[in-house]
Design a protein around this ligand. Sequence first.
Ligand SMILES: [Zn+2]
Length: 257
Amino acid sequence: MINCLRLLFIFLFLPLSLLAEEQPWQVFKSTHFLVFYKGAKEPQLNELTERAEEYYNKITDDLGFARFNFWTWDDRAKIYLSDSQEEYRQLTGDPDWSAGHAQAGSKLIYTFITAPGFLDNVLAHEMAHIIFREMVGFNNPAVPLWLDEGVASFQEKKFSFVKADLADRIRQGDFLSLEDLGKVDVANLTETGRAELFYAESFSLVRYLIDTFGKDRFVLFCQNLRDYKDLRRALALTYSFGSLAEFESSWKKYILQ
Ligand SMILES: [Zn+2]
């Protein structure tokens, strides 16, 4: 009897669920983007591509890329806009706290319609990952994860960061040193609190460099990283930091002041 019920259940529901999974992606195009979607409506897609085009201009400008015209025609970036977080997680395998995912080398962005802060934060964050990597090199081993994430978080419109909170944690010794940051693996960062601290510090390191020394110098830093593939050397050449420890203590002073 149980087997029959199970068979009936499979017969009734499996075709439906397969149909749902097989709903094809449709494509919405703009100058620099192809948006693959299923349930999104046209006004949502218009707003999404308008914002994406705005971020494209701002981020390429911020990273000193503005004079090149790329990401057009066959070279457009692809955004996969899932209808649900569940579908997004199946596509990316990301942890619960993740709302966006970029594959820089193939210019792919994954996200979902209901992702919190999707237009203000996620979109800009993931696009910055791709543009930054195009700038410093996709397989450049000198680029630490904190820098990748710091640059991406810096482009978010509403990155939640409270300097005083980070200052407290530094005073209490409850923070990640530069060396610790270098060992973080985002895929294994399943604990939300730890992920928040990692992103807050990454963001603040980039903000410290840009606030203190300016945007042009940061572009030069990225160029040095690209050309020399050596973080210490790029920091020394651009900012005259004698060592990573000197960079770290100078950042801590900025946070604590
Ligand atoms: Zn990121």
